[in-house]
Design a protein around this ligand. Structure first.
Ligand SMILES: Cc1cc2nc3c(=O)[nH]c(=O)nc-3n(C[C@H](O)[C@H](O)[C@H](O)COP(=O)(O)O)c2cc1C
Length: 357
C-alpha cells in the first residue's frame, strides 16, 4: 500500500465515524463545526481531496478552472477556509454572499435537512462578517484555484441605495478576487428577487463596469422565474457584456416552509432553467448550480451545451467522496474520449459523444 492509499483508507474510516456524528447535530451547528475544522486544518483538505490532473482543467470566462466542479456560494460565506477547499480539489471557490456591513442574518433555526431527498432548506439571510473583515482573507489566498466573490446588499438597504452600495463593495474587492457574482436571487432577503429587473440591472452593471471592467462578472439568477424572464435576463447579460450567468439559486417551496430549497429537490427545476439559457447563450458562460449530485448530472449538463458546475448540497451529504466520484468518472471520460476536457469542449456539440444512463 502506498502512503497515499494508507492515508485515504484512514481518512475513509475516520469520515465514516464523523459523518453520523455531524448529522446528529443541528444543521447549522454541524456546518459551523466543519468549517472551523476546515479553517484550522487545511492539510485535512489535501489528505481527503482529489489529486490534481491537468486533463481536468478547463477555461471558464477568462479563468482556468482546475476541475469542472466548483464550490457554490454560501458554504464559506466569510472566506475562512479557502486553502482547505482549494486543497479538496474544487475547480474554483466562490465565497460570500458578502455585504458591505456585517450582519447577523435571520433568527435560528434557519437551516433544515431532508436527508431522504438529499436536499436542504435554508433561510440564512446573508449572515456574514462584512467586507472589511473578509477582504484581508481574500488577499491572503494563494489562488491555487480561481476565487469568486458573491456580492449582495445589506438587509436594511433600499433598492435605490443598493446600486451605490454594491458598487462600493465591488470597488473595494476588485483586486482581491478573480471573478464576481451579483446575487439578486436569494429568497431570504425581503425584496431582493424583485431586483431581477432589466432597468435596475442595467444601471447596476453600468456602475460596476465603471469601477472595474477587467474582472469576470456574473449574475446569479433564481430558478423560480418564468421562461420569458429567463430569456430576457439572458439577452440582458449578453447586451451588457457580462461574463455569464450562474443558474440557479435555491427554490421556493412554501409547502416545506420559509426559505429556499436546494439539492435533489431543486435538480429538475434548475436544469430546465439552464436549458432555456443554453438555447440563447451566445458568447456568455453558464455556471450551472442546483441539484448537481452525480457525475451523470454533469454529463447531462454537457449534453445540454453547458460546461462548468458548482455544488453545495451534494457536498454537505457526500463530503469529500463527492469530488472523488466526479474525479473518477471524469478521468474515465478522458480515457474513453482520448481527450482532455479542454480539447473535448473545443469539439462542436454535434461531434461530442456521451454514454449516459
Ligand atoms: C445553507 C445555504 C446557504 C446558501 N447561501 C448562499 C449565499 O449566501 N449566496 C448565494 O448566492 N447562494 C447561496 N446558497 C445557494 C447555493 O449557492 C446554490 O445556488 C444552491 O444551494 C443550489 O445548489 P445545490 O443544489 O448544489 O445546493 C446557499 C445554499 C445553502 C444550502
Amino acid at each position: 500500500m502506498t502512503f497515499k492509499e494508507k492515508v485515504t483508507t484512514i481518512w475513509a474510516m475516520f469520515y465514516s465515524l464523523l459523518k453520523p456524528a455531524l448529522f446528529s447535530m443541528a444543521p447549522e451547528t454541524a456546518h459551523n463545526f466543519t468549517l472551523e475544522v476546515a479553517r484550522l486544518c487545511p492539510l485535512l483538505g489535501k489528505l481527503s481531496g482529489v489529486s490534481p490532473d491537468q486533463r481536468l482543467g478547463l477555461a471558464v470566462g477568462s479563468l482556468r478552472w482546475t476541475f469542472p466542479v466548483g464550490l457554490a456560494a454560501g458554504l464559506d460565506k466569510n472566506a475562512e477556509a479557502l486553502p482547505f477547499f482549494a486543497a479538496q480539489g474544487f475547480g474554483a471557490i466562490e465565497c460570500g454572499t458578502v455585504t458591505l456591513r456585517s450582519q447577523m442574518g435571520n433568527p435560528l433555526p434557519r437551516m433544515f435537512r431532508y436527508p431522504e431527498e438529499h436536499s436542504l432548506r435554508n433561510a440564512m439571510g446573508f449572515p456574514n462578517h462584512g467586507v472589511a473583515a473578509i477582504r484581508p482573507r481574500l488577499c491572503q489566498y494563494a489562488h491555487s484555484a480561481p476565487l469568486g466573490v458573491n456580492l449582495g446588499k445589506n438587509k436594511d438597504t433600499t433598492a435605490e441605495e443598493s446600486i451605490s452600495e454594491l458598487a462600493m463593495l465591488y470597488e473595494t474587492l476588485s483586486d482581491a478576487a478573480d471573478y464576481f457574482v451579483i446575487n439578486v436571487s436569494s429568497p431570504n432577503t425581503p425584496g431582493l428577487r424583485s431586483l431581477q429587473e432589466p432597468g435596475y440591472l442595467r444601471e447596476l452593471f453600468r456602475e460596476l463596469k465603471q469601477r472595474d471592467s477587467v474582472r469576470d462578472l456574473y449574475l446569479k439568477i433564481a430558478p423560480d422565474l418564468e421562461t420569458s424572464k429567463v430569456l430576457e435576463l439572458t439577452q440582458l447579460a449578453r447586451d451588457l457584456h457580462l461574463t455569464g450567468l450562474i443558474a440557479t439559486n435555491t427554490t421556493i417551496m412554501p409547502e416545506r416552509g420559509v426559505g429556499g430549497v436546494s439539492g435533489v429537490l431543486l435538480r429538475e427545476k434548475a436544469r430546465a432553467i439552464r436549458q432555456v439559457i443554453l438555447q440563447e447563450l451566445g458568447e456568455l458562460e453558464l455556471i450551472a448550480v442546483g441539484g448537481i449530485t452525480t457525475p451523470d448530472d454533469l454529463f447531462h449538463l454537457w449534453r445540454d451545451g453547458g460546461k462548468a458546475a458548482q455544488v453545495y448540497t451534494a457536498y454537505v451529504y457526500q463530503g469529500p467522496d463527492l469530488l472523488k466520484s466526479f474525479a473518477k468518472a471524469l478521468r474515465g471520460f478522458c480515457d474513453e474520449q482520448g481527450l482532455s476536457l479542454q480539447e473535448f469542449f473545443q469539439l462542436p456539440l454535434s461531434e461530442r459523444r456521451y454514454r449516459l444512463k
